[in-house]
Write a protein that binds this ligand. Structure first.
Ligand code: ES4
Ligand code: ZN
Length: 325
């Protein structure tokens, strides 16, 4: 007996999910076969057994290697369609989905192949009760020039991209490295977000806000180390898209029971709960809600607050937001 609400039934928006991070091992093998490519491991079980990560980089190495099976517009469509099909069971009414074009361009897969495939799946999934958008991420461990070139390549497709983001290996790659490309993105009318304060210091969160002009921070858990920054995030109602299972699997926090989400809620921050790379980290967004409900003992009110925050933080017009709620 419990008062644990049905977290899967709680209507929510998912704002931090990498579409390449929804590539399940079974789909890696199916796409390898379809494309005549050698799979990255002898069996699905052996591939999954490698998903024990020390830190962000040890995860990224496998994440980028597995993407090699994504080659055609149909592959990108099928990847997104599989994630969107799961949104129904997860209570997700709106999803803002990251993709990493540089990881595909490097393998000779064109921007149009990626965007057309993903966008077709999103368009087909749109109803009065569900919508989804694409956020194009720059890889921060590649050069600023490469990011600028990526944005140029995306210009013909900006009707299908709501914003830009910044992801991949954080430490040593501060947001300020990408000031120019984010300026250009703003000029093109795009929204902006950035991963910051996952492994990197609170200073990177400040830079993302002040130099890149982002409207949300992805992760941001290390912002708690800086009380003045916490006060600013609260006052300005800057959303933080937190990913609890990801943080545990990448050793950003030692265990769910030690996750700072409770403190973030208590501080009055606009925090949301998200899945990040669900095929790698042990669960989609409802499993992340269940993990913090059980591991942190969150109240029904806390869970409702997290869901309400997700709609507040979403890049939705007021009319559409009211329709989805
Ligand atoms: C990511 Cl967990 C995480 N952090 C930074 N970049 C990423 N790309 C995909 N998952
Ligand atoms: Zn992420």
């Amino acid at each position: 007996m419990s008062h644990t609400p049905n977290v899967a039934g709680l209507p929510k928006a998912e704002l931090h999910v990498h579409i390449e991070g929804t590539l399940e091992p079974e789909m890696v093998f199916a796409l390898a076969e379809r494309n005549g490519i050698a799979p990255p491991a002898p069996t699905v079980a052996e591939l999954r057994a490698r998903y024990r990560f020390r830190d962000l980089q040890s995860f990224l190495d496998i994440y980028y290697a597995n993407m090699a099976v994504l080659r055609t517009e149909r592959d990108f469509h099928d990847l997104a369609a599989a994630y969107l099909a799961r949104c129904r069971d997860q209570g997700v009414r709106h999803a803002e989905i990251f993709f990493d074009p540089q990881a595909h361009l490097a393998r000779g897969v064109e921007m149009g192949t990626v965007v057309r495939g993903l966008a077709a799946a999103l368009e087909a999934a749109r109803t009065d009760e569900f919508s989804a958008e694409l956020i194009m991420c720059f890889l921060r461990d590649q050069s600023a020039e490469s990011a600028a070139e990526t944005l140029r390549l995306a210009e013909p497709f900006l009707d299908r991209i709501v914003g830009v983001g910044l992801d991949s290996a954080e430490v040593g790659h501060p947001p300020s490295k990408f000031a120019e490309v984010f300026r250009r993105a703003h000029a093109l009318g795009l929204r902006a977000v950035a991963h910051a304060g996952e492994e990197g210091p609170p200073e990177y969160v400040r830079e993302a806000l002040d130099v890149l002009g982002v409207q949300r921070i992805d992760h941001g858990v290390r912002a708690l180390e800086d009380p003045a920054l916490v006060a600013r995030l609260r006052t300005e109602r800057i959303p933080l898209t937190v990913c609890p299972l990801s943080n545990v699997r990448l050793a950003v926090v030692p265990e769910i029971a030690a996750h700072p989400l409770s403190r973030m809620l208590a501080e009055g921050l606009v925090v949301t709960v998200n899945s990040d790379d669900p095929a790698y980290f042990g669960g989609y967004v409802a499993q992340n809600f269940a993990a913090v409900r059980d591991g942190l003992g969150l109240s029904t009110n806390d869970l409702r607050r997290l869901a309400a925050n997700s709609f507040e933080a979403a890049f939705l017009g007021d009319e559409r937001r009211a329709q989805l709620l």
